[in-house]
Ligand binder design. Structure first.
Ligand code: SAM
Length: 383
């Protein structure tokens, strides 16, 4: 197995940097034989089809615990790849690296570590994209990335991004979008379906994933600020509030736990959502909160939410993109369907509630057929 130093091609690094993240370097603790490209894909498929969980709460918790300890540059974060081999991520917080964009030399600095989730389709594409012909292979379903920021060596300072939008402006957008949603036939239909088909499910928590930021603004090519992405986010959070209100009424409760996880949230989102009864939580706590007594809402995530949830829980209710009959292999989809998510959905009843596709995409409601919470086997699997 070859040495792993600075593997990523520049073009790839640049596109990731625009997203604000850079993968931490990784190597196997005990490098062995490197499989051929074809063999590597077969190993992934075989493990996936045999039911080996790619995501477990224990794995997520363990990696979170390690990065929360604030590791120093040069430290190693240990994990296991899907084959069970021990892999090490190198901590490089604070390091400054060169960055070339369209022929211009720039620099970026590596900030804190975050988790990056690789579904089966991502692992398969990575076999070609990242690992070959570099001659190393450690298929980790959870990798680590450093958040990155543009750096100015002359002043030794970060180059800041535009801050969040004004709180009043965001609050008004959220209000308008909530009103639009609350007055829509889809909102009424959603409550009606929940009242008839989820009336006996024991539910104590609502968890949102990837519902977006209502307040971020960023520069676009002509130099102006782009702000309208918050509209979809406003509508989607309004849907989350509707579910909480429905649950409060059903159970005659003053308060229902409602968490939402999206790394894009700003302090403005956090304040506005808190006023609406939604607690913003950091990644990866959302996954750890989801269980058989939860309602999960995930819309258009840049993270394989379906594959993660499918491996770790059987929530009472799920709202996400309609699960379809193809696996999204080689499509680059960030939240593809898979044989596992299709198998999970066999235990659920699909309900259409017709939300506006422009604001919500093609989301549908799934309610678990069994009112009683299923129990996982000792290795955490639901089969
Ligand atoms: C394409 S945007 C969709 C936003 C919004 N739901 C919409 O439909 O417009 C994808 C979202 O996934 C979020 N995301 C990425 N990684 C995530 C994670 N680990 N947990 C939760 N959300 C995540 C991104 O921050 C981003 O807001």
């Amino acid at each position: 197995m070859g040495d792993i130093t600075n593997l990523e091609p520049v073009a790839e690094r640049v596109s990731r940097l625009r997203l604000g993240y850079s993968y931490a370097r990784c190597r196997l603790a005990e490098p062995g034989e490197v499989p051929t490209l074809e063999e590597a894909r077969k190993i992934i498929d075989k493990l996936y089809e045999s039911g080996v969980p790619f995501f477990t709460k224990a794995l997520i918790q363990d990696m979170w615990d390690q990065i929360k300890r604030d590791p120093a540059p040069g430290d190693k974060i240990l994990t296991k790849d899907i084959t069970g081999a021990v892999a090490e991520f190198e901590v490089e917080t604070g390091r400054v690296r060169p960055w070339r964009v369209d022929g211009t030399e720039m620099e970026y600095v590596l900030k804190e570590l975050v988790l990056s989730y690789q579904c089966r389709a991502c692992l398969r594409s990575d076999v070609i994209r990242r690992y070959y012909p570099s001659q190393h292979w450690e298929p980790c379903s959870i990798k680590l990335m450093h958040r990155v920021q543009e750096w100015d060596s002359k002043t030794e300072k970060n180059i800041p991004w535009p801050g969040p939008m004004d709180r009043e402006v965001v609050a008004r957008t959220f209000q308008d979008k909530a009103q639009e949603w609350n007055e829509s036939p889809a909102c009424e239909k959603l409550k009606r379906i929940l009242s008839s088909s989820a009336k006996n499910h024991e539910i104590d928590k609502v968890v949102g994933f990837a519902l977006g930021t209502m307040s971020s603004q960023y520069f676009i090519e002509d130099g102006s600020l782009r702000t309208e992405d918050g509209w979809r986010s406003g509508s989607q959070h309004a849907l989350l509030v509707t579910i909480v209100e429905w649950l409060k009424e059903r159970d005659d409760k003053q308060k229902v736990l409602c968490y939402s996880q999206d790394p894009a949230y700003t302090e403005v989102d956090e304040k506005i959502l808190k006023e609406a009864g939604i607690e913003v939580i950091e990644d990866p706590r959302g996954w750890l909160e989801v269980d058989e007594h939860s309602i999960v809402v995930s819309i258009s995530p840049n993270v394989p939410a379906k594959e993660i949830i499918t491996d770790i829980a059987r929530p009472a209710v799920v709202i996400w993109y309609r699960v379809e009959f193809h696996d999204g292999l080689d499509t680059g989809l960030t939240d593809p369907d898979s044989s596992r998510s299709r198998a999970m959905m066999e235990g659920y009843e699909l309900h259409e509630f017709g939300p506006d596709k422009e604001m919500f995409s093609d989301i549908v409601l799934y309610i678990r057929k069994s009112v009683a919470a299923p129990t996982p086997s000792s290795d955490g699997r639901f089969s």
